[in-house]
Design a protein around this ligand. Sequence first.
Ligand SMILES: [Zn+2]
Length: 405
Amino acid sequence: MARGEKPGALVSLREHNRLRVISTLRSRGAVSRAAIARETGLSRTTVSSLVGDLQAAGLVVEVEGADGRDADGRRAGRPATLLRLDGSAGAVLGLDFDKRDIRVAVCDLSHQVLAEAKRDLDVSAAATEAMDLAAEMTEEVLEESGVPRDAVLGVGMGVPGPFDQSAGTVGSATILPGWVDIDVSEAMSSRIGLPVSVDNDANLAALGELTFGAAVGAQEVFYIKLGEGIGGGLIVGGRIHHGARGTAGEIGHVAVESTGPVCRCGNRGCLETFAGTRALLDSLERSHGPDLTTVDMVRLAVEGDPGCRRVIADAGHIAGRALADLCNGFNPELIVVGGSLSAAGDVLLDPVREAIERHAIGSASAAVRVVPGVLGARAQVLGALALVLTGDVALPDLLLARAEA
Ligand SMILES: [Zn+2]
């Protein structure tokens, strides 16, 4: 635990407040003094004084905000002066295990990504091999970025299926057969010698878009990943909502047709069996042949191919119906659409919007905007970084010593 979390006993109030300023900067990237005051509840005078200490210690630097807007997107008239943690304050690592590849990234506490790597592997079948490879890639990105291991605050890790936070294991034997009964955090942590926090890939993609991408500043967000698999991440009050056993947001397995095809989860007629890319490519086989790929299908749709446009639009409509139910139940302000199908743009998004407007309660559909994700296939690995940046992890001794100096 960070010493900042037990202020009464060991730490002076001033030191405690200094740690709160560091935490705010760590989770937000670049912010104004006024935003720090709002978020911590401290007075602006106190914030300025604490920031002065941290600047003197070389932990905080000033940067100019872009376009005359502050970090919250408000018009500031002139470029606002923002504060960031200095690059030397520390770093975090992100590991993303997707179905067919692994990504690893390292960033500093000012949210600058310093190095990234990607390798292809059949992740769902082979947990041991996948984690061994990720450990190798971790060494590579640390070396490339020049970040020493003891400067790493923590590691965020994404797995491509439901993850049970209380058990620490993958929550579905049918979705990730090679990962069953493994204590994922412990298994990865023992390979790289650093503390590892784990979450589901769609939750991390949601957190990635919230911290670095299309959902910055939003509080009530649903992220839907439309690809070979369909997943979702629910952000409530600016934080990931896991539910009782980690399956919150699993929209891909909402039943749309109770007599439909059997899904990999074992149920029948899930959304994924109708709107996942496999289903779309299957229905194009007669017209476009057996070798069509998702990338080709999306490109052809954007270029105007009627068959490809038709299946993607239908997928958007079916997903939109499921999202309409979700809008009624959860009332998000923003739906971010990611995954490989999202590259189809409005061919996909317009039918999603129409279905929500038609099937959700008026006030729920009026409240929500549907936008494409902006991080693409990097959403999950950036979310893995954000898991540590925005999480409740302890600050490393190195950083604490400098903050106290
Ligand atoms: Zn299913």
